[in-house]
Design a binder for this molecule. Structure first.
Ligand SMILES: C[S@@+](CC[C@H](N)C(=O)[O-])C[C@H]1O[C@@H](n2cnc3c(N)ncnc32)[C@H](O)[C@@H]1O
Length: 225
């Protein structure tokens, strides 16, 4: 009976080794964020525009995650911290938010705002394009908003997120539909996103219904055993 988890662990180890060779699937997607000219204030304005669905629906998204006081959550690809600050309130002073990003100026902006707002439960972490740099089994929840199609090495990132999650941890992916004006920008349609994440050692729990989401969707995953 114990053979199944062992076999799964072995296959995941093999897969992780193979993914070390993963090709960059979107080499230019983060050019803006890697630029030395990154204008943080202008991105902050853009990320918090009322016409942006993931901003407009932010309170319903947070509600849908059913965060509990005391939980640790990673906001992966936090940008200018739209969700980070909401999570800080939701998990409370006994919980913690780890805001990761590949862009140091975004992290500096988040840290400065957290200090200004007296949020002591926010830590910023410099992520790499293949690694969250979160500690192993350190978070109850991993979340990303509008980031999955920005992963240049999605399978490698998924494996890194899996390592960072506690055994019963939940992964939420808030992602754009590959349709309409975003057809060219978004790499993979929803079924492919689900397939990639499941291939990385997760099982889809559900597409979480969120009022106000039309061009974006929220998926919940758990680690598969
Ligand atoms: C479109 S922005 C979304 C920002 C924020 N999550 C929001 O919804 O406002 C995408 C973010 O993903 C970050 N990013 C891209 N690849 C990443 C990776 N491998 N790890 C962490 N962050 C990444 C970018 O630097 C950028 O801040």
């Amino acid at each position: 009976m114990k053979a199944v988890p062992l076999v799964t662990a072995f296959l995941l180890t093999l897969a992780t080794t193979a993914w070390a060779q993963e090709n960059n699937v979107a080499p230019t997607i983060n050019s803006n964020f890697k630029s030395a000219e990154l204008d943080v204030e202008s991105w902050a304005t853009r990320f918090t525009g009322e016409s942006r669905e993931v901003f407009h629906a932010r309170h319903d998204v947070v509600k849908a995650l059913q965060l509990k006081p005391g939980e640790a959550i990673a906001d992966i690809g936090a940008g200018t911290g739209l969700y980070t600050r909401l999570f800080a309130g939701a998990v409370g002073p006994t919980g913690h938010v780890y805001a990761t990003d590949i862009a140091p100026p975004f992290l500096a902006y988040i840290a400065a705002n957290a200090k200004k707002d007296g949020l002591k439960n926010v830590t910023t972490i410099q992520g790499g394009d293949r690694d969250t740099n979160l500690k192993e089994a350190s978070v109850d929840v991993a979340f990303s908003s509008d980031v999955y199609h920005h992963f240049e090495y999605p399978l490698t990132m998924n494996a890194s997120i899996r390592r960072a999650l506690k055994p019963n941890g939940r992964l939420y992916v808030l992602e754009m539909e590959k349709s309409g004006s975003q057809t060219a920008h978004v790499r993979a349609p929803k079924p492919d996103v689900i397939a990639e994440i499941e291939k990385s050692g997760f099982k889809l729990v559900e597409q979480v219904p969120v009022p106000g989401l039309k061009d974006n969707y929220l998926l919940q995953f758990r680690k598969s055993s």
